[in-house]
Design a protein around this ligand. Structure first.
Ligand code: SF4
Length: 409
């Protein structure tokens, strides 16, 4: 494909490929990479991520295609601070595929021992030989999809692993030398009690994890769980219990030495997920694999969310993209508020003010008045010119962000 495609405005191109965006990025700003592996053993009932089952015959084709894409993307990146392989279930890829992928990453990108290199892992796919290959390839962090330590709740979620596979997977990772081990948990599962949730949290702490993501169960459109909900086969838990579970996570984990550095994420000091912080801070990252989303040069985009299209269409290795959003200071401001407010570090008021003066100067007064009102209501607190969620606001993070954004309309 000739280079002049880069010159065409997106809306005039019959199909948009990531080359048109990525070649406009500044490599000194692009310091993160996300890779999406779209395979799973089984589709969990609550899941709306892009993942396919029964695709084992395509692991090699996918890996070869991914390697071509990574080769195309690499010149746009500086030395990587963070690299995250998610999915899907990346640990479902065969060891030989992982060896090729890791070889490509080291050959194309600038990785160092300072690069936070995370791989998502599902307990049923944990294997000592795979972990050894991952460690040899620079992986220094795993994120384990535990979700619950109770068999009946794993069954409600339609997860395939059993509770006893969780300590086994974490121990295997530790023995292989993966120092940073994060656990994902889900609460507000139908039938779950507060005491069961307390036991889940305690068990995750006792297993020596240094990072926990605790998400409430959400009923996403077009999932099997939502279909069961609509047929009356599952009953969501009461809202008061869900709030109690959220609050329990905060107190129990903070008593155990964790810091809630994002509304749903807890880490021991220094163990925050730097990759996710890059998302929440609106930094720049590249994206590879079907359905992976990128953000760089002011653009947002998503790779085609179809494996067949991803495998069969490419321009010099680049993938077709959808949902391209061109640079827009107004959108960047809204995103900054929406994600930045979820962080414990909060938002710098002077930075916000400067952005608002740029985008909608006539709204500066309205915004200041809304901040003052939210502080008075206990939703926000201000310290040293930084605003962040207060004890009450943490329960209404999205609501607080929406109120701030409404003041700009
Ligand atoms: S393992 Fe994860 S990505 Fe795969 S279906 Fe279950 S929740 Fe979704």
């Amino acid at each position: 494909m000739p280079d002049n495609t880069v010159q065409l405005p997106f809306r005039q191109r019959p199909a948009v490929y990531a080359d048109a965006i990525v070649r406009r990025c500044r490599s000194d700003l692009v310091r993160s990479l996300y890779i999406h592996v779209p395979f799973c053993n089984h589709k969990c009932h609550y899941c709306d991520f892009y993942s396919l089952v029964d695709t084992q015959g395509r692991f090699e084709a996918f890996t070869a295609r991914l390697i071509r894409e990574l080769g195309a993307l690499a010149p746009a990146a500086g030395p990587l601070r963070t690299l995250f392989v998610g999915g899907g279930t990346p640990t479902l890829l065969p060891i030989d595929c992982w060896k090729h992928l890791l070889g490509c990453l080291h050959g194309c990108f600038q990785l160092s021992h300072d690069t936070e290199f995370t791989v998502e892992c599902n307990p049923e796919t944990a294997e000592a030989a795979l972990f050894e290959v991952l460690v040899a390839g620079g992986v220094n962090r795993i994120s384990l999809g535990a979700q619950s330590f109770h068999l009946q709740h794993l069954a409600t979620l339609d997860r395939v692993h059993r509770p006893e596979s969780l300590p086994r997977a974490l121990e295997m990772a530790r023995a292989a030398g993966i120092k940073r081990r994060s656990v994902d948990l889900i609460y507000a599962i139908p039938g779950q009690t507060l005491e069961e949730w307390r036991a889940d949290l305690q068990q995750a702490i006792d297993l020596g994890t240094d990072h926990l993501s605790c998400y409430n169960l959400t009923y996403e459109p077009r999932t099997a769980l939502t279909a069961r909900l609509e047929r009356g086969l599952v009953r969501p838990i009461e809202e008061e219990l869900e709030v109690a579970m959220f609050e329990l996570a905060g107190t129990l984990l903070e008593d155990a030495g964790f810091v809630r550095y994002e509304v749903s994420n807890y880490a021991r000091p220094g163990q925050e997920c730097r990759h996710n912080l890059a998302y929440w801070r609106q930094e720049e990252w590249l994206a590879a694999g079907p359905s992976a989303s990128g953000h760089a040069g002011g653009f947002r985009w998503k790779n085609t969310p179809h494996l067949d299209t991803y495998l069969s269409h490419e321009i010099e290795g680049f993938a077709p993209v959808v949902d391209v959003e061109e640079p827009d200071a107004g959108r960047a401001l809204r995103e900054r508020i929406m994600t930045g407010l979820r962080l414990r570090e909060g938002l710098d008021r002077a930075d916000l003010q400067a952005r608002i003066e740029c985008v909608c100067p006539q709204k500066c007064g309205d915004f200041e008045a809304r901040v003052t009102d939210l502080i008075a209501r206990g939703w926000l607190v201000e310290e040293a010119s930084v605003i962040r969620l207060g004890a009450r606001g943490i329960l209404f993070a999205d609501g607080a962000a929406s109120e701030l954004m409404l003041s700009l309309v």
